[in-house]
Design a protein around this ligand. Structure first.
Ligand code: SF4
Length: 449
């Protein structure tokens, strides 16, 4: 990709795991709004997806962009588990008839910091409050450094079907720089442990653009992890956002690749993954051809949500835990990000909603266009109101088309394969919440590549 394209279109842009995106959520939306939305859920809204946030880790990785707290003690985690169970009851009661559940996802932080007994208790509580079926998928993000045998067994007993393992980069110097010492043997042991208890759907999360990282490091990591035969690989670019995550300032003095260097790392890793038999899925995911993510892609059923690309087709998301976001037909609702406020709200018997955004028909339409572009790299605007509804957007796409970033054939907008890394810039054209380029400064998102 040319330097001109990277400089013109590689600037800050949302990741579009939601639309409107989280920086546009606003205060003034609280428990009563969320309770009203939950009460309005109808069988026609279909099954729900559940996200649980576990905001605790044993030590801080200095590249971390997640909402988490560092603790060496278990007492705060045990207390948080009690709050989660209370919140499950509150949300289930507000939802009326227990909805069926399509997906459960534990994210963090470090979900496997939970004791095995506490993980079982949370799963039992979920099963008592909602309707689970044989098709329900349960996924857990784990830190392989703290995976115990007991926890692996508890996850298997709790019905966990997929585990995502944070790997990032296997080079020792890079790991030292980001304060995440994690030799390959630790990852290998975690994979073996999970497969031994029957959890055989494994995702690996890799990163590029980290301090000290080079193309060679990224390729060595891809090659070494190939022997683990993971079904899915996610390749995320490190987002240096010290104005949001002040601990990232610890990395300021270390060399990091520029836009061209980041592109080279991502492109080299992608090519190697494809050579290793993976198919590209969306912006940053790779999956073996027989994986359900590829089947969803081929069938036009691939979806994008806060966890990235997914086969989950639920239109309703119940977010549990500090900072968790719920999505109902009428809007997004976010819990208090700090655990103190979250815990006080739940202890008082209230939902912990502190912000959100209502979504209207225009938001729904734009969200669908953006999601199809981010998933399929093509969208037929005739399915979403037609070209007459997007005249300003089509004018902007015209300029991008001249640069080869997009093709417009009548009502069909397509991102060519060469421009895949910049698909967020094309999607952003349909984002009504972003100021037009050149007017006022844009919200500070991460770089497009
Ligand atoms: S384990 Fe994950 S969530 Fe925890 S500090 Fe490291 S990167 Fe952040």
């Amino acid at each position: 990709m040319s330097r001109h394209l990277l400089e013109t279109y590689g600037g800050p842009v949302p990741r579009y795991t939601s639309y409107p995106t989280a920086p546009h959520f606003r205060d003034g939306i609280g428990p009563a709004d969320y309770a009203g939305g939950l009460a309005g859920l109808a069988p026609a809204d279909g099954p729900v997806s559940i996200y649980l946030h576990i905001p605790y880790c044993r030590e801080l990785c200095t590249y971390c962009g997640c909402t988490t707290k560092i603790t060496r003690r278990y007492a705060p985690i045990a207390a948080y588990v009690d709050d989660l169970r209370a919140e499950i009851d509150l949300v289930a009661a507000a939802s009326g008839n227990p909805p069926a559940v399509s997906h459960v996802h534990f994210g963090g932080g470090t979900p496997n910091i939970l004791g095995a007994g506490d993980f079982r208790a949370v799963m039992e509580h979920l099963h008592a409050a909602f309707r689970f079926g044989p098709q329900t998928e349960t996924a857990v993000e784990i830190d392989p450094r703290v995976l115990s045998h007991d926890m692996a067994e508890a996850m298997a007993a709790g019905g966990v079907t997929r585990v995502s393992i944070g790997v990032q980069d296997l080079n020792e110097r890079v790991q030292r720089a980001i304060n995440r010492a994690q030799p390959f043997t630790v990852v290998r042991r975690a994979v073996d442990l999970l497969r031994a208890v029957g959890i055989d759907r494994i995702n690996l999360d890799l990163m590029y653009g980290l301090p000290l990282q080079t193309v060679d490091h990224v390729l060595r990591t891809v090659d070494r992890t190939a022997e683990l035969e993971a079904q899915r690989i996610a390749l995320f670019g490190y987002a240096h956002v010290p104005w949001m995550k002040s601990h990232q300032r610890l990395l300021d003095g270390l060399p990091r690749a520029d836009a061209q260097g980041r592109f080279d790392q991502a492109a080299a890793a992608a090519l190697r993954l494809v050579c290793n038999g993976y198919r590209r899925v969306g912006l940053d995911h790779f999956a073996l051809p027989d994986d359900s993510l590829c089947q969803a892609l081929d069938a036009g059923r691939l979806r994008r949500n806060f966890q990235g690309y997914t086969t989950d087709t639920a239109n309703v998301l119940l977010g549990l835990g500090a900072s968790a976001i719920g999505e109902l037909p009428g809007g997004y609702f976010q819990n208090a990000p700090d655990t103190g406020t979250y815990r006080r709200r739940i202890a008082a018997g209230q939902l912990a909603t502190v912000k959100g955004i209502p979504i209207d028909a225009d938001d729904h339409r734009r969200r669908a266009v953006i999601e199809r572009l981010m998933c399929d790299m093509t969208v037929d605007l005739d399915r979403f109101g037609g070209t007459a509804s997007f005249t300003a957007e089509l004018a902007r796409l015209h300029d991008m088309a001249a640069d080869g970033l997009v093709r417009v054939d009548g009502a069909v907008v397509t991102v060519p394969e060469d421009a895949r890394p910049l698909m967020r810039a094309v999607a952003a054209v349909f984002d009504a919440y972003l100021p037009a380029p050149g007017t006022v400064p844009q919200a500070r998102h991460s770089q497009a590549v």
